[in-house]
Design a protein around this ligand. Structure first.
Ligand code: AMP
Length: 371
């Protein structure tokens, strides 16, 4: 009995996948919850409809994706009333993300009271980052009072693809060092030594680090003060701008990398510059993580852009041949897995991420169930 229902509940959507072992029995997306013309009136109705449609006999667990686990949750955790209360306490750190997950947890516990439920946190994989990699050089009393530190996100993806990379290369995971590049609409990099994360690019929230679809990634924080004082912009407006009108959207007017690549190919200078800024930031993180890890066995691309754009992969690693990093253009195609030459000191890989499968397996691990 290893069937697991995975729920990824956002503020207005529910993504679900029903696993039997590794096999997917059902999957789908309920969208625009609560909006007129949407798929459901609220999370209650969305999940009730789902339970009515799916065959949930022999269900061993429900695995919930929870974005922010704060400092408390360093691994996947069986859900109790105390866990729900603790995730509620983390809402100030993740106002856009944790409320959706909580709604899903509440309704699923009500509708499936006899099925164990597990919270799988985006932050947990990063809990092994040492203190020097999570602290900023700010007043330590303020940092303690307000939880100012790096937590990191996309943890299930970085965990899955770093482990898969070792498997693909036929190496022991505990002796494989990987830089993982999760390049989707949200994007983050991680440095993984022997299966343990040592550095990641997102911070207290998913706003920092790489250039993303609509998020700025790293900025000088002073520009917030400047926009507020000199520009008279309210803080909410600045947050909205950096979160929803930054990144590729801010630079090129399009958040979708496909559109940026098409416009760049057609000679659009804004799209060309957006691409260059995106690639430059990637290179800066790759260089930083080469220095953090010292020995790197593989660099792995994943998520929408990483899995599908040979141009981004080639540009991100161009010029790094003296460091043993080479992309073979003949291998850097749509269906590629290893895109470096056979004798390269650093393997370059493309590994499709499987966040839902990782959540299902984490749920089984947390409950000590057979895979
Ligand atoms: P994700 O968040 O992982 O679903 O990734 C979504 C992003 O992947 C989209 O916004 C696109 O920018 C990007 N993407 C998907 N297919 C391609 C492609 N063939 N080339 C470049 N980017 C792509």
């Amino acid at each position: 009995m290893t069937r697991v229902l995975v729920l990824n509940c956002g503020s207005s959507s529910v993504r679900y996948r029903l696993f039997d072992g590794d096999d997917v029995r059902a999957k789908g997306l309920i969208q625009r919850i609560g909006e007129s013309g949407g798929d459901a009136a609220d999370h209650d109705a969305a999940l009730q409809g789902l339970m009515d449609r799916l065959d949930l006999s022999d269900l061993a667990a429900v695995g919930h994706r929870v974005v922010h686990g704060g400092e408390l949750f360093t691994e996947s955790t069986v859900i109790t009333d105390e866990v729900v209360a603790a995730v509620e306490d983390l809402i100030p750190l993740a106002p856009l993300h944790n409320p959706g997950a909580l709604a899903g947890i509440r309704v699923a516990r009500k509708l499936l009271p006899d099925v164990p439920q597990v919270a799988v946190f985006d932050t947990a994989f990063h809990s092994t980052i040492p203190a020097e990699g999570v602290l900023w050089a700010v007043d330590r009393d303020l940092a303690r009072r307000f939880g100012l530190r790096r937590y990191g996100f996309h943890g299930t993806s970085h965990a899955y693809v770093s482990r898969e990379t070792a498997r693909i290369l036929g190496r022991p995971p505990e002796d494989t060092n990987v830089i993982t590049l999760h390049l989707g609409n949200g994007a983050s990099a991680a440095a993984v030594r022997g299966g343990r994360c040592e550095a990641t690019s997102m911070g207290m929230t998913p706003l920092s680090g790489l250039v993303m679809g609509t998020r700025s990634g790293d900025i000088d924080p002073s520009l917030i003060f400047h926009l507020h004082r000199a520009g008279g912009l309210p803080l909410d407006e600045i947050e909205d701008s950096l979160t929803r009108h930054g990144g590729l959207a801010g630079l090129a007017g399009a958040n979708d990398m496909r559109e940026v690549l098409e416009r760049r190919a057609a000679g659009d200078p804004d799209a060309a510059l957006a691409f260059d800024v995106y690639i430059r930031r990637l290179k800066e993180y790759i260089g930083s993580y080469l220095a953090v890890l010292g020995r790197v066995d593989a660099i792995t691309f994943t998520a929408g852009v990483g899995e599908n754009s040979p141009d981004v992969r080639a540009a991100a690693l161009a010029g790094l041949e003296p460091l043993g990093i080479t992309v073979d253009p003949a291998r850097n195609t749509d269906s590629a897995v290893i895109i470096s030459p056979d004798d390269a000191p650093v393997a370059v890989c493309v590994v499709p991420t499987e966040e839902e499968l990782e959540i299902a397996n984490e749920s089984r691990r947390a409950l000590s169930l057979a895979p």
